[in-house]
Every structure is written in C-alpha cells, then in structure tokens.
Design a protein around this ligand. Structure first.
Ligand SMILES: [Zn+2]
Length: 314
C-alpha cells in the first residue's frame, strides 16, 4: 500500500506518494494561488494526487490513506481547518472537500507537527520515542512526539511552541501575546535584530554586506557576518542563540525529550548554529548531572512536510 502526503504552503501545494517506511516514491507540486480561496486549492490537492498515481502506474485502490499538513490550527477529529492566518482560512472543511475528489481516509494536522512525525519516522529522531521538532523560519514552529505519537494537546493547540513567553516584558507578538519565543528565535527575529544593530553601527559587516541597504538583510547575512567574527554580528548572533537555548531549556524542563530536531531556514547554518546552541543549553539546563535530550539538525529538509503528512495515515 502507498500513502499520499500533501504539504500545503503559501506558495506551493506539494504532493508525494510515500511508502510505508516514509520513503518518497514520486512527488510533484502546483502553485497554491492563495487568492483563489480554499475550495479550488483543496481540489487541486486531490487532482495532483490522482495525476501522480497515474504517472507512477498506481490506482486509487493502492492508496491506504491521505494526509495533509497545513500551516495553521487543525482539528484532526472533524477534519476542519480552524484557521490558517497566512492563507486567510477560517473553519474550512478540508476533509469533506478533498474526499469529493479522492475518496480515501483523510487526515489533517499542523505542518510543524507533521514535520516532527516525519523526523521521528524517517529522520534524525527515527526510532526515538519522545522528540521535539522546531522549525526556525518566518516564525518558530514546533511539533511534539510522545511515545512515537503526535501530541497536540486536548484542543489541538498544544504545540504552539513559538508562542511560549520567554520574555514577560518583551515584544508584542502577532498572536496578541507578549515576548513570545518566535519574537526572538525565528529567522524574522534574527533579521530584525541584525537590522537594528546595523542601524546603530553603520560600519559593521552586516551593513557592508548589503551595501548599506538594510532592507536587504537576511538571516544568512547576520550568520555570515558572525562567522567572519564581526563584533556587531557576533553580539546579535549570541543573543539569538541565548534566546533559542532558553526556550529549549524550558522544553527540556517540561518534556524531557530524547532528541530536539532543529529545522527551518536558520538551521542551514549547520554546526555554526548547533554547536553554540548545545553549549548554551548545557549552561542553563536544570539537572547538571543527569542526561538530557540531544540537539540535532533535522534531516529531511523540505521533504518532511510530504513524508510526515503521508505517515499521518499509517
Ligand atoms: Zn505569540
């Protein structure tokens, strides 16, 4: 049997046929075109799935289940997407619409949760019972796996790790909260902190790397300048690592997972991110003499969305 995984993003809908071990057999994508609204987008998920089945020489009978990862809050029991801020969706009956195109068991979950599942089936936390996945991108997304299963709480909003408060007197967040983790540990936050520092120190390497046009600063700009040991960039990056570590320490205290899998755009910094992060966590972890979760780079990259969605049905 094969499993279909759908990764719904703001730019593309990616679909893959996946075997029972989490290996992608065939994949394809089509533009999301958000302005169309939910119904044509969901129908396209089904159409692309059918096209891939035909291309791969499979029939609908070979499909065990379909899973969809969405960038928002879902209710896996009703199949309704409660809301997706980026897509402007509110109470969308995804399963009902998709089953009109392809009639198979359909599962929906939050995309970071789905990526956590993917890493635990076929990635860096494979074979591990308890793990936490973090994605450092536009925001900070989180997924929690306990005893090999997704944990998203009683009301399916329990893994919004990016909205843990790490600074009670901190920055207001888009969610209405104050000092949320993603205000300090997302790629967006690293860019903001780099820009603020470059405004104050126009001679720093960050500013030089973008030719003085501070709107062109990316997370990579700050990271590369820190690699070059530019003192302004190093200070910003140290602060970034500090906040990231503090959130992870809080999660160690709450969950004590075996592995933290770190993904998303900032994770492309590789060891330059992971090594100082491990050092910082070690400094602040509660039980100094006891083992605690390993901090590792996520292994599956962009494929995690497809693989994890497919594995929802397994
Ligand atoms: Zn927030």
């Amino acid at each position: 049997m094969i499993y279909i995984g759908v990764d719904l993003g703001g730019t593309n809908i990616a679909v893959g046929l996946v075997d029972e071990n989490g290996k992608i057999l065939l994949k394809g994508s089509t533009p999301t075109l958000v302005e169309r609204g939910p119904e044509p987008i969901i129908r396209d998920m089904g159409k692309l799935s059918l096209e891939l089945l035909e291309k791969g020489g499979y029939s609908v009978d070979d499909v065990a289940a379909i899973g969809v990862g969405v960038p928002g809050v879902t209710n896996p029991e009703t199949g309704i997407i409660s809301f997706c801020t980026n897509l402007g969706w509110h109470n969308v009956p995804l399963v009902e619409i998709l089953s009109q195109v392809i009639d198979k068991p359909i599962y929906v979950e939050n995309d970071a949760t789905v990526a956590a599942l993917a890493e635990s089936v076929a990635g860096v936390s494979k074979g591990v019972k308890n793990s936490i996945f973090l994605t450092l991108g536009t925001g900070v997304g989180g997924g929690i796996i306990i005893d090999g299963k997704i944990y998203s709480g009683t009301h399916h909003v329990g893994s919004e790790l990016g909205h843990m408060t790490v600074n009670v007197e901190g920055r207001p967040c888009t969610c209405g909260g104050i000092g949320c983790w993603e205000q300090y540990s997302s790629a967006t936050a690293l860019i903001r902190m780099g820009r603020e520092a470059a405004e104050e120190a126009p001679d720093c390497l960050i500013a030089k790397m973008v030719g003085g046009d501070l709107d062109k600063i990316e997370a990579k700009t700050v990271i590369d300048a820190a690699r070059e040991k530019d003192p302004v960039a190093v200070k910003v990056y140290d602060k970034y690592i500090y906040y990231l570590a503090m959130g992870i320490v809080a999660l160690i205290n709450a969950f004590d997972p075996e592995v933290f899998a770190i993904g998303g755009g900032v994770s492309k910094a590789g060891d330059f991110l992971i090594e100082p992060l491990r050092e910082k966590v070690k400094e602040y972890v509660f039980y100094k003499d006891l083992p605690y979760g390993r901090i590792e780079l996520a292994a599956l990259g962009n494929d995690a969305g497809i693989i994890g969605a497919a594995m929802l049905g397994k």
